[in-house]
Design a protein around this ligand. Structure first.
Ligand SMILES: *Cc1c(COP(=O)(O)O)cnc(C)c1O
Length: 360
């Protein structure tokens, strides 16, 4: 079977050159005589791998020196707990509820303190980013949490809230490395790797140093950022192979021209699909235009029958994992960094043909 165009929301496509490199190095990585999976995490060759992953991420994202980069486990979901456990002093946080993941972050943080919902877009099934009224922000909040890109609903923050001295914490799981961000605007950025960074199993946390070291007393050692920051993500065995693949993805991205280059490609790629959706009589995008995501594009047909027919025929033609999340229905095309432009062009050609064949 040929490789398909995989529109999965995550785990998702990896760049083919990355998979090929991993294949080449599978049995003998860098003259070590062994696979990365077989290496001690404390060995010289592995230190070089994790070191390169960190320095490439710093270089590509422009991470300032007073931020630590951690490679952790537990997914983005564990950060919903780790952030409050480590940042709560006044036990107060602000949050914008822009989707299901934000709701989970809210729920988890609420176990340890008071979380104020500054705004929510749940009234319209999260198809927009709500205005954030600065007069509602809590001056004594320990952090302000946003989800920069809402994977399920296909929205993204275009402007970041100005939270003053309150650290801005961002769940960037589904759009890290997809567009340029000024890292100094954030206290913490975290992202599960399986969307835009690499395989599942590793979570990247970028944290300003002054936010490390004041975790709540009862915080388990493994959930304290200090534990991992002090040990260079080597307090215990890190997810070695996942980090290795992240390194290959970062090398690939650097080769391509870095974030500036991929951002341009991502805009072009998303526009191919949005432009088609905007003139189609069959398909309709579900998100308010100004908040459209570059990474996740939900759309619907006029009926659930047509949705199902489309997904079935698309799958048979090599466009897979297009079924939308159950809370939105219809379809969702996740077009992360690794999705080539041609994949989106071909999808649109296929949609056009489907529209013709099923005139409504
Ligand atoms: C996928 C996703 C998560 C959950 O990630 P896990 O690594 O599975 O815990 C959280 N937030 C966002 C925005 C996501 O896209």
């Amino acid at each position: 079977m040929e490789r398909v165009y995989n529109f999965s929301a995550g785990p998702s496509m990896l760049p083919v050159p990355v998979l090929e490199k991993a294949q080449q190095e599978m049995l003998n990585c860098g003259n070590s005589g062994m696979s990365v999976m077989e290496m001690s995490h404390r060995s010289k060759p592995y230190e070089a791998i994790i070191g390169a992953a960190e320095s490439l991420l710093r270089e590509l994202m422009g991470i300032p020196d007073h931020y630590k980069v951690l490679f952790l486990q537990g997914g983005a979901s564990l950060q919903f707990s780790m952030v409050p456990l480590n940042l709560f002093k006044n036990k107060k946080a602000d949050i914008a509820i822009t989707g299901l993941w934000a709701k989970k972050a809210y729920k988890e943080a609420s176990r340890y303190g008071q979380v104020n919902v500054i705004a929510s877009s749940e009234d319209k099934n999260f198809n927009y980013i709500p205005d954030l009224d600065k007069s509602k922000f809590s001056k004594d909040a320990d952090y302000f949490h946003i989800t920069t890109n809402n994977t399920i609903y296909g929205t993204r923050f275009i402007d970041l809230p100005d939270t003053g001295n309150v650290p801005l914490v961002a769940d960037m799981s589904s759009n890290i490395l997809s567009q340029a961000y000024d890292i100094s605007k954030f206290g913490i950025i975290y992202a599960g790797a399986q969307k835009n960074l690499g395989p599942a199993g590793v979570t990247v946390v970028i944290i300003r140093e002054d936010l490390i070291g004041s975790a709540l007393d009862f915080t388990p050692t493994m959930l304290n950022y200090k534990t991992h920051a002090d040990e260079g993500s080597m307090f215990n065995t890190p997810p070695t192979y996942s980090i290795y693949i992240v390194k290959l993805v970062l090398e690939w991205l650097k080769e391509l021209g870095g974030i500036a280059a991929i951002e341009k490609i991502n805009i072009d790629k998303a526009n191919i699909l949005y432009d088609y959706l905007d003139q189609s009589k069959m398909f309709r995008g579900t998100v308010e235009k100004e908040f459209r995501s570059l990474m996740n594009i939900p759309f619907v047909c006029p009926s659930e029958e047509l949705d199902a027919k489309f997904v079935k025929e698309a799958t048979a033609n090599g466009f897979v994992n297009l079924k939308g999340h159950r809370s939105v229905g219809g379809m969702r095309a996740s077009i992360y960094n690794a999705m080539p432009v041609i994949g989106v062009q071909k999808l649109v050609d296929f949609m056009r043909q489907f529209e013709k064949d099923n005139e409504i």
